[in-house]
Design a protein around this ligand. Sequence first.
Ligand code: SF4
Length: 103
Amino acid sequence: MVCLNESEADRLAGHLNQSREKFDTTYLEKGSNGMMIMNQMPCHFLSDNKCTIYEYRFEGCREFPALHLPNFSRRLFTTFMHYDRCPIIFNVIEQLKQRIVIS
Ligand code: SF4
């Protein structure tokens, strides 16, 4: 799930030279928690494994996979969901597995 806020949507809509109404209709929907989310996975802006709006990507994209943020254990499930496609997550999990001592 790719979340964004109002200012990020405004900024990207401006970059794409679209009205917010057109941008929202084309790319967004409301998530179950009321947050704005991209209405397509993979994201509309992913092409050839690259972000086509890199300078305008959202905070969540900039911080992904957020291994540096507090409360990692609360995001463990969603982190594992990307294990097979995100090299950073794969490498971190594999290193954690090597550090686990089973007695
Ligand atoms: S980094 Fe770019 S392509 Fe990836 S989810 Fe974010 S906006 Fe979409």
